[in-house]
Design a protein around this ligand. Structure first.
Ligand code: CP
Ligand code: NVA
Length: 303
């Protein structure tokens, strides 16, 4: 039987997303869990660097009693041209679950198509679903109300932003994004969000307008991994799309600032804001581990 894979947020139902957040909050609060994944093996296949996603998944798996194998794609036969579909079928015979970090979303989809075990997207060019699951957990943990509070994204319409769009559409909360012209999220994704889910998503090009009265401000780097060649051009285009004290002064006094990290201080966020009282980035990072525990339990406990 084919196992459930998480290639994007839309692979989950609303109920499953809410369940994962509740379970992660419960594990974090009670510090009680069973070593229910003893004997299970997680492989992490990464084409790009990672601190948080790698270590939080490895720690999550080990806390649940399982083991992990980290594989950089340059050390696999993939580097010598072995097809993804062959790698997927072989790894399915050795391990119980794979987290994949790739340049192309299509690689993850192909891997999931040929696997018989769950495949989890640990970031692609299009999506970062696990990041946004734990970000939602942080928003709720900090007492914000997804359905009443103004939630904004200021910056690139990138992989993390696009997973926020999927979460907003699936869960039915409003989302405002402010991106420079030409750096908005994918139009096809937005169309599907509006048509299939009736999403309430507003796309602006003005960060001040977005920040006004917001309770949750989200940002990310101007240049994501894989886009380094565009760095100079992006630095010009993103001027003004910085979370600083002026932008923050437009938000609610109780606003929280999220950043998935790593941060580029002085670009998308100032040192003062990142280290300031509104920033929740360290708890946000920590929550990746609790959410990944909930996710691994959910995907593996009955297999
Ligand atoms: N937020 C995040 O995914 O960080 P890493 O690139 O360090 O995994
Ligand atoms: N958008 C960033 C997120 C890093 C965790 C990137 O893709 O590089």
């Amino acid at each position: 039987m084919k196992s459930k894979s998480i290639t994007r947020i839309w692979d989950l139902t609303k109920e499953e997303v809410l369940f994962l957040i509740e379970r992660a909050l419960e594990i974090k609060r009670t510090r009680m869990w069973k070593r229910s994944l003893e004997g299970k093996i997680l492989a992490l296949v990464f084409e790009k660097p990672s601190t948080r996603t790698r270590v939080s998944f490895e720690s999550a798996m080990m806390k649940l009693g399982g083991s992990t194998i980290f594989l950089s794609t340059k050390d696999l036969q993939l580097a010598r041209g072995e097809p993804i579909k062959d790698t997927a079928r072989v790894l399915s015979r050795y391990v119980d679950v794979v987290v994949l970090r790739t340049y192309a979303q299509e690689t993850i989809e192909e891997f999931a198509k040929y696997s018989t075990i769950p495949i989890i997207n640990g970031l692609s060019d299009k999506f970062h679903p696990c990041q946004v699951l734990s970000d939602l957990m942080t928003v709720i943990e900090k007492g914000k109300d997804l359905y009443r509070d103004k939630i904004v994204w200021i910056g690139d319409g990138n992989n993390v932003a696009q997973s926020w769009i999927e979460a907003s559409a699936l869960l039915g909360f409003k989302l405002t994004l402010a991106c420079p012209k030409g750096y908005e999220p994918d139009g096809k994704l937005l169309k599907e969000a509006y048509e299939k889910y009736g999403a309430q998503i507003e796309i602006l090009n003005n960060p001040e307008e977005a920040a006004k009265n917001s309770e949750v401000i989200n940002t990310d780097v101007w240049t994501s991994m894989g886009f380094e060649k565009e760095d100079e051009e992006r630095k010009k285009a993103f001027k003004g799309f910085q979370i600083n004290k002026e932008i923050l002064s437009l938000a609610s006094p109780s606003a929280i600032v999220l950043h998935c990290l790593p941060a580029h201080r002085g670009e998308e966020i100032t040192e003062e804001v990142l280290e300031g009282v509104h920033s929740v980035v360290w708890d946000q990072s920590e929550n990746k581990m609790w959410l990944h525990m909930a996710l691994l339990e959910f995907l593996l406990k009955n297999n």
